[in-house]
Design a protein around this ligand. Structure first.
Ligand SMILES: *Cc1c(COP(=O)(O)O)cnc(C)c1O
Length: 397
C-alpha cells in the first residue's frame, strides 16, 4: 500500500491481488494452466511443498491465478486469509466438513440456500451431525438453539429467495458465547454492501459465481476468515479435490474489477424496481431489504451499506402459471437459475434456488409458488421498470 490510508472498496476491486509486478511484466494476471511447478533445487522444492516458502507445487493445492483471486476477495472482506473452491457449494461443504465431526451440532436457518439446506437435511445427518433449523427471523429461537450447544452457527443474510435479514452481530455474539464457529454466506450482499467479519462472524462464504464474478461465465466459491480456520478449510478442499480452475479464477478476477460499479448501480436499480412493484396492483408483496415496509429493513440499515441487487415479489394470483405468464413477457431478463450478473435474471424458486425441493417442502419453508426472484442487472432502470409494467399487464390485478 502506498501509504497508511486504507484504500476504498472501489480501489481494492481494481487493484487487490494484482498490484505486484508479475514475472513477465504483464499488467494483467496471467492464466497459469500448468498443473505443476518445477524446481532445480530439492531444498527449495521441499520448503515450498511443506508450505515453509512461498510458491506452488501442484495445481490441486494452489495456483498463482487462483491465489490472485483469493487475495482480491480477502482484501475486500478485510480478512486475514482466504481460500477458494470450484463452486459456492464446494466452499460451503468444505467449510462445514472441515469443522464438523460426528456428534457435533449445527444451528442454522430454514431459509438457507437450497443446496446448503440439502447438506443440512440430507448429508450432515448421515455423518451423525445434528442440524437444528430455526425460523429465519426468530432471533430468540436461534439464540435458544445456540445456547443448547453447537459447534457451527451457519447464517445467510439476505436470504434466497425471500431476502430475509438476520442480525449477524447479535447472533455472532450468541454463537461465540456457545463456543461455535460462526459462518455467514455473504453471496447476496457482497463485501461492497456487507462485511460479516466486521459484524463478528468467523468465516465468510461466497458463491463467486454470482455477484463477485458478475458475468455468469464462471463458477467459483471463496471463504475468508482467520488464518487457522482458513487453513482447515483449505486442507479439506485440497484433499477432497474441488479446486477452482485457473481459467475460472481469471474470469472472476476480471469480473471483480467492476464489482463496486456494478453493485452501486444494482443497489439503486433494485430499489427503484422494488418501489415500482410495491405500488402495482398485480403484486401482492415485495421482498427487498431496502423498502421501509420490509420486515428486516431496520437490521439491514444497521449492517448493510447498500441493499443489494436481488428482490423477489409475489403475484396476487399465486400460481406457477401466472408466474410463467409474467416471466415469458419480459424482454430484458434471462429466465435462468443464476443471479448477480450484468444482465437481469428472473425465475421462480421451483427452477432456481429451491429446485431441489418439492412444492410441499417449499411451502413448509414459506416459499409460495407465485414468487418471482428478480436479480437486476446493470441495464437502465427505466427500461426494467417499463418491461415489468408491460409484463404485469398480462396478469389480473
Ligand atoms: C448460488 C448460491 C450458492 C451456491 O453457489 P454455486 O456457485 O452455485 O455452487 C450458495 N449460496 C447462495 C446464497 C447462492 O446464491
Amino acid at each position: 500500500m502506498p501509504d497508511d490510508r486504507r484504500p476504498s472498496p472501489g480501489t481494492l476491486s481494481v487493484w487487490a491481488g494484482e498490484s505486484g509486478r508479475l514475472d513477465t511484466n504483464a499488467t494483467q494476471v496471467p492464466v497459469v494452466h500448468s498443473v505443476s511447478f518445477g524446481y532445480d533445487n530439492l531444498d527449495e522444492w521441499l520448503r515450498v511443498a511443506r508450505g515453509e516458502a512461498p510458491g506452488h507445487n501442484y495445481g490441486r493445492n494452489s495456483n498463482p491465478t487462483v491465489a490472485a483471486f483469493e487475495e482480491k476477495v480477502r482484501e475486500l472482506e478485510d480478512a486475514e486469509a482466504a481460500t477458494s473452491a470450484a463452486t459456492g457449494m464446494g466452499i460451503i461443504s468444505s467449510a462445514l466438513y472441515a469443522i464438523l465431526s460426528p456428534g457435533d451440532r449445527v444451528v442454522s436457518i430454514k431459509d438457507s440456500y437450497g443446496g446448503t439446506n440439502r447438506l443440512f437435511t440430507e448429508f450432515l445427518p448421515r455423518f451423525g451431525i445434528e442440524v437444528a433449523l430455526c425460523d429465519t427471523t426468530d432471533h430468540e429461537a436461534i439464540e435458544r438453539e445456540v445456547s443448547a450447544g453447537c459447534q457451527v452457527l451457519y447464517l445467510e443474510s439476505p436470504t434466497n429467495p425471500t431476502l430475509k435479514v438476520v442480525d449477524v452481530a447479535r447472533l455472532a455474539e450468541a454463537g461465540h458465547a456457545a463456543g461455535a464457529v460462526v459462518m455467514v454466506d455473504n453471496t447476496f450482499a457482497t463485501p461492497i454492501n456487507q462485511k460479516p467479519l466486521e459484524l463478528g462472524a468467523d468465516l465468510v462464504l461466497h458463491s463467486a459465481t454470482k455477484f463477485l464474478g458478475g458475468h455468469a461465465d464462471a463458477l467459483g466459491g471463496v471463504a475468508c476468515g482467520g488464518s487457522a480456520l482458513i487453513e482447515r478449510v483449505f486442507h479439506y478442499r485440497e484433499i477432497h479435490g474441488a479446486s477452482l480452475h485457473p481459467m475460472a479464477a481469471y474470469l472472476l478476477l476480471r469480473g471483480m474489477k467492476t464489482l463496486h460499479l456494478r453493485i452501486g448501480r444494482q443497489n439503486e436499480t433494485a430499489l427503484r424496481v422494488a418501489r415500482f412493484l410495491e405500488s402495482h396492483p398485480a403484486v401482492a408483496s415485495v421482498h427487498y431489504p431496502g423498502l421501509e415496509s420490509f420486515e428486516g429493513h431496520e437490521i439491514a440499515r444497521r449492517q448493510m451499506r447498500g441493499f443489494g441487487g436481488v428482490l423477489s415479489f409475489e403475484l396476487q394470483e399465486s400460481s406457477l402459471e401466472a408466474v410463467g405468464r409474467v416471466l415469458e413477457r419480459l424482454c430484458w431478463a434471462r429466465l435462468a437459475a443464476n443471479l448477480g450478473s450484468v444482465e437481469t435474471v428472473a425465475g421462480p424458486p421451483a427452477t432456481t434456488s429451491h429446485c431441489e425441493c418439492t412444492p410441499a417442502e417449499r411451502a413448509a419453508m414459506g416459499i409460495p409458488e407465485g414468487l418471482i426472484r428478480y436479480s437486476v442487472g446493470v441495464e437502465d432502470a427505466e427500461d426494467l421498470v417499463a418491461d415489468l409494467e408491460r409484463a404485469l399487464g398480462g396478469v389480473g390485478g
